[in-house]
Write a protein that binds this ligand. Sequence first.
Ligand code: MN3
Length: 248
Amino acid sequence: MSSMSRRHLMFAATGIAAMATAPRLVFAQAAAPAPAAAPTGPFTLPPLTYPTNAFEPHIDAKTMEIHHGKHHAAYVANLNNVAKTNAQLGTAKIEDVLGNLNALDDSIKFTVRNNLGGHANHTMFWEIMGPNGGKPEGEVLAAIDRDLGGMEKFQNDFNAAGGRQFGSGWVFVTVGKDGKLAIETRPNQDNPMMDGKRALMGNDVWEHAYYLNYQNRRADYLKAWWNTVNWAKIAERYAAAKAGTLGV
Ligand code: MN3
């Protein structure tokens, strides 16, 4: 064995030892869903308001089942584990916690950022999707025309931004209290609330959101996803944002 591969092995062994002593919540960052242990606690998995096959053929039922029932469920389970020893996490508003992550103890900051971010992102995601989602109209359409150059440019720019996001992350439309819209991406499970902003809507570009059906064709997924958007719900969120009441 070369000294290089020995070094490599030693490094790997050290890594394994470190993992064994690290908080188990770190595992939520792995590509595979963490086991959804400890399902009880202050955090709950919001049930889908539509069947998992509602978006066929754009999003397949199996992807929906795993995405909601395993990935999102794992974030919830991980949060409930943290809340066992940090009770205030379960009673604070999500937007307040994510908006002030630096107030958290270093021992839980990373875990909360990833898992509460993931919980917030997916809760929004399921909410702004729905069958028979209609079209943007009224104030939302006017804001899209004003700030994002109209629907066609908006969709093209949103898809391009989602395509450019390297690795895992999200593409969002953020909304200010003044109603102004902007397309922004975030890595991992980061959320605009971490910068004091709000997500009007967003799409998940982690591979787990599309890989079963689309494999490496993220661009095709991004295009097809528009067929799943619930514009009535987005109109509600837009009104809440302008009223200053939009949270997750
Ligand atoms: Mn996801």
